[in-house]
Design a protein around this ligand. Structure first.
Ligand SMILES: [Fe+2]
Length: 342
């Protein structure tokens, strides 16, 4: 059918507007104001059995002195080759061989590491040595100096996550390398971390910044004790939120962490939320349905829950534990958090 004179005239007008760096709202408001969020990525699972051989190769073939960090980042191809795991977040596994030191640095993006096979490693954060034991969570908040060292006799692999894609979108990253040759950085002991070791008590006169948690090291053993005692929440799972002990809020301004215990064969109530999550299987086996996809998972597999996707989880062997890192607090602070149960 031939174009009408009105259509031609309108498109000619739009072309003239575009040539003048003007866009007509009426021509594109559906794109600019979608009726609901639409994640770019489908959910994806990265299986430990596929990652592990590459992690071992990275340990053998990539000298730590040649790289800032020896990490393998989990990438969803839906992001067109960008280094993104799900919106706003990346997850990775880092490999450190005996004697390796990952040089100190600091940056404005927020990061965490979760000790999967890290017994004998230490992360030093702002002059505090955090020895890494099974299931420990270590924060490296924005602009805190941090480096890693493996003083064991075996290869170490841990899980990392960071909000690099969010900070890149905002173009707000600053990065400062530390002194690679300085030995002083590595001499730290536990230091002021001791001030934040006792649950429910803080020094009344301690100055502390509230932007991020003054506590950097969260014990895996303590997490497991609490998970064993907690009642189930509204979705049927037992959930721990890691918090800033000075505020009770999230551990960092734009990165939020949770531990979840799933009971055998009891699927959680499907939930969807505007924030994005990455789940690390800490222990056990199970099944998750995220959007249209169902994944069977086992220890150290990682899967994503893109925003506004219905998600439900169940353990299949016995109890199963997940560690979840998300951008939930960023949505909370922007008053964009919306969560629903089916
Ligand atoms: Fe870092």
């Amino acid at each position: 059918m031939a174009e009408s004179a009105t259509t031609v005239k309108r498109s000619d007008f739009v072309a003239q507007l575009e040539a003048s760096n003007l866009h007509p709202l009426w021509d594109r408001f559906r794109t600019l104001t979608p009726v609901k969020p639409q994640a770019k990525d489908p959910p994806l699972i990265w299986r430990w059995r596929d990652i592990e051989p590459f992690a071992e190769r990275a340990g053998s073939e990539v000298p730590i002195d040649d790289v800032e960090r020896r990490a393998l980042i989990l990438v969803n191809p839906a992001f067109d080759g960008e280094t993104v795991t799900t919106s706003n977040l990346i997850a990775a596994f880092t490999v450190l061989d005996p004697g390796d030191r990952a040089r100190p640095h600091r940056h404005t993006f927020a990061a965490i590491r979760f000790a999967t096979r890290a017994e004998g490693a230490a992360t030093i954060v702002n002059d505090r040595r955090c020895d890494m034991h099974d299931g420990d969570l270590i924060l490296t908040p924005p602009m805190c100096w941090h480096g890693h060292i493996n003083e064991s006799d075996h290869r170490i692999i841990w899980f990392d996550a960071a909000n690099i894609p969010l900070i890149r979108t905002l173009d707000a990253n600053f990065f400062e390398p530390g002194d690679q040759k300085s030995n002083q950085f590595w001499q730290a002991d536990e230091g002021d971390e001791k001030l934040w070791a006792e649950s429910g008590m803080i020094g009344a006169d301690l100055p502390h910044a509230t932007a991020h948690s003054p506590k950097y090291h969260y014990s895996g053993a303590a997490t497991r004790r609490l998970l064993a005692t907690l009642p189930a929440g509204p979705d049927g799972a037992r959930t721990v939120r890691y918090t800033n002990p000075a505020t009770g809020g999230a551990v960092m301004p734009a990165l939020d962490c949770y531990a979840v215990r799933l009971a055998k064969d009891r699927a959680t109530r499907p939930k969807r939320t505007t924030c994005n999550s990455i789940c690390l299987v800490v222990s056990g086996t199970g099944r998750s349905t995220v959007g249209e996809h169902t994944f069977q998972w086992s220890q150290h597999d990682v899967f994503s829950i893109p925003h506004w996707s219905w998600a439900s989880h169940a353990a299949t062997g016995g109890d199963a534990d997940l560690f979840i890192v998300s951008d939930r607090v960023a949505f909370e602070r922007l008053e964009l958090l919306r969560e629903e149960y089916q």
